[in-house]
Write a protein that binds this ligand. Structure first.
Ligand code: KDO
Length: 330
């Protein structure tokens, strides 16, 4: 008797377990899988925001599967992968978008965005709407929100004091691998060379390059301070990325899911932005403690040279007329 009760109990439990496993499996299969590929490290604040704010907020209907350190797609190939249906999400740059739409280079121009708040204003303004639509219609990619990467600073393995763009003559500066980035490197007065983010540490270590540029938190996360001697605070680009999603995936969501996902993206971006700003304010001392020289050059000289280079360039010919003024006025 005891045995049979026990047996029934076991059977009932087994049935319940397999039923709930089946229900679980159905739920998991019902969920939208969102694979995200980015060269960012998992400790980068954009990555932290995606995993700790965005993913839990959409968990009811989506499973976010992030691949950091460019482990799924190479830097710069993510947008095409989304467009072809091989990837659902990325953290894209304006420079990458400019490879498809030259007019996007306006958002990659040095000394254009003033700060993190200005980036948000530009992204949410009417003037950005046609840009979003163009990317959706022609590439099938939705720009969900703007993420703050930070003020890019020169980070050099050479000792030479850099006060003006002239001091960068002949300096082999790694820039990410698209034309808009190379242009910025030249505008700064350096000799730019394209290279993927994941190769930078070794290139600095071996001397294949003289330096690179990135915001202070990135320099810490990727340990570039171990293989460089100085940080020159040029703040030449208040850098941004867009959190992107396949338009096809977006269109497959219910209106309520779309609203939840949009809110999650905005909240993740805001959380990452605040943390990144805090880190930027704190990190100067961190690098000094690591033995690096950290100083502010003649920023006006850099600003003048860079802005002039953009305005006289072919890149700016693709920019809608009057847009620089409108951006400045925001
Ligand atoms: C870089 O390659 O230097 C860069 O900072 C460029 C950004 O647009 C972005 O792609 C970023 O790398 C990666 O997310 C890694 O932090």
């Amino acid at each position: 008797m005891r045995f049979s009760i026990h047996r029934r109990g076991v059977l009932a439990t087994a049935v319940a377990v397999s039923l709930s496993a089946m229900v679980g499996a159905v739920h998991a299969a019902d969920k939208v899988k969102l694979r995200l590929s980015s060269p960012a490290t998992p400790t980068d604040q954009r990555a932290v925001a995606v995993t700790t704010v965005f993913a839990p907020a959409v968990a009811e209907f989506a499973t976010v599967e992030p691949h950091w350190n460019a482990s799924l797609f190479k830097q710069g190939t993510e947008l095409e992968a989304i467009s072809r249906g091989n990837l659902e999400m990325s953290i894209a740059s304006a420079q990458e978008l400019a490879e498809f739409f030259p007019e996007f280079s306006i958002f990659s121009a040095g000394y254009l965005h003033r700060d993190a708040a200005h980036q948000v204003k530009v992204f949410n303004s009417d003037l950005f709407k046609p840009f979003k639509k163009m990317v959706e219609d022609k590439l099938g990619v939705k720009l969900l929100t703007v993420m703050y990467l930070g003020r890019r600073q020169l980070n050099l393995r050479i000792d030479k004091q850099v006060n003006t763009p002239e001091d960068l003559a002949g300096v082999k500066l790694r820039m990410p691998g698209s034309e808009a980035w190379q242009f910025l490197g030249r505008a700064l007065g350096a000799n730019p060379t394209p290279m993927a983010f994941t190769e930078v540490y070794t290139a600095l270590q071996t001397g294949a390059i003289d330096g690179q540029d990135n915001p202070l938190p990135t320099n810490r996360d990727s340990k570039f301070y171990e293989v460089t001697k100085q940080i020159v605070l040029t703040s030449h680009l208040v850098d941004l990325n867009y959190l992107t999603l396949s338009k096809k995936v977006w269109d497959g969501l219910t209106p309520a899911q779309q609203a939840t996902l949009q809110k999650a993206a905005d909240e993740a971006a805001e959380s990452g932005r605040q943390k990144q700003l805090k880190l930027e304010a704190e990190l100067e001392q961190f690098f000094k403690d690591k033995g690096l020289k950290v100083y502010t050059p003649n920023v006006d000289a850099f600003r003048k040279r860079v802005q002039k280079a953009y305005l006289e360039s072919d890149l700016s010919k693709s920019w809608p007329k009057g847009l620089v003024e409108k951006i400045n006025a925001l």
